[in-house]
Design a protein around this ligand. Structure first.
Ligand code: 1HE
Length: 260
């Protein structure tokens, strides 16, 4: 499946991996309204065979953020609805049908970092750099960044990035928690695909719990979190899939945990 601004391809024997590629390289994958809606539609409409997805960008950069040429004459009400449209699209990435691994390279800035933050795992190559130029452009994040980015790197680091225009390089970004994996230049997509293939073999209910229960438990009080955890654990372990996997280990048919 392919739209002009976004390309979607499935991989794997049963089409279990989707690669969703932002495809507006001449504008560094800047997110105009059409592209942000295409992102929403891509994740809302993934084929049912898909168990894990990779999100990447065409060209030299992952994403240059909001298309600044569209930031023209919106009044306050229009700005509110525009931001809510971004929220809806990025929520579709975070709370869509399957875990999403972001493969990052080059600029991961502004709304591009907001989009990467909505993914479940981020893999960056050595060319990646991160910034929130909203601060210096006289605007504010509007794609959920003020909610998601502090959860990755803390309020103090995000405040610094926005107040001073600080740019994190790839290794600083990995140390700060913006990416979970750092790989050589050109290697992000392959690593992201390797992780997605592994994720696709998990029991679907486990992936569901990690996408939908874990982030909510992390927002609950400890007391409420323990109860939600117990209920999620009970549901996950009751699935035939879980029982079969545990039996396979006990009968010596499943892999042991090994140091890598
Ligand atoms: C753009 C955009 C854009 C590039 N909107 N058109 N984001 C920013 O403030 C980042 C702005 N972009 C940059 O700093 C640089 O473009 C990059 C570091 C990402 C890439 O540099 P480079 O040298 O590879 O490309 P370029 O020559 O700067 O850009 C190539 C073309 O893309 C050029 O257009 P052309 O018609 O002259 O060829 C650029 O104008 C265009 N382009 N980035 C529009 N962002 C939900 S709220 C989120 C708020 C934000 O995201 S604010 C942060 C916006």
């Amino acid at each position: 499946m392919s739209h002009s601004l976004i390309q979607i391809e499935t991989q794997g024997e049963h089409g279990e991996i989707a690669v969703v590629r932002l495809h507006r390289p001449s504008k560094r994958n800047a997110l105009n309204d059409a592209l942000i809606l295409a992102v929403r539609n891509a994740f809302a409409g993934l084929p049912r065979s898909v168990r894990a997805a990779v999100l990447c960008g065409a060209g030299e950069h992952f994403c240059a953020g909001l298309d600044l040429s569209e930031l023209s004459e919106r009044d306050a009400g229009e700005g509110l609805h525009h931001s809510r449209m971004w929220h809806e699209a990025l929520n579709q990435v975070q709370y869509g049908p399957v875990p999403v691994v972001a493969a990052l390279h080059g600029a991961v800035v502004g709304g591009g970092l907001e989009l990467a933050s909505a993914c479940h795992i981020r893999v960056a190559d050595e060319t990646a750099f991160y910034a929130l130029p909203e601060g210096t452009r006289g605007i504010f994040v509007g794609g959920g960044g003020s909610v998601r980015i502090p959860r990755l790197i803390g309020v103090a680091r995000m405040t610094d990035m926005m107040l001073t225009g600080r740019v994190y390089d790839a290794s600083e970004g990995e140390r700060a928690g913006l990416a979970q994996y750092l790989v050589p230049a050109g290697g992000a997509l392959d690593k992201a695909l390797e992780l997605a293939r592994r994720i696709a073999t998990n029991a679907p209910l486990t992936n569901y719990a990690l996408m939908h229960a874990l982030p909510r438990i992390a927002e609950q009080s400890a007391d409420h979190g323990y109860l939600t955890e117990a209920m999620m654990a009970a549901i996950a372990q009751s699935a035939p899939d879980a029982k079969a996997r545990v039996r396979a280990f006990l009968e010596g048919r499943a892999a042991k945990v090994k140091k890598s």
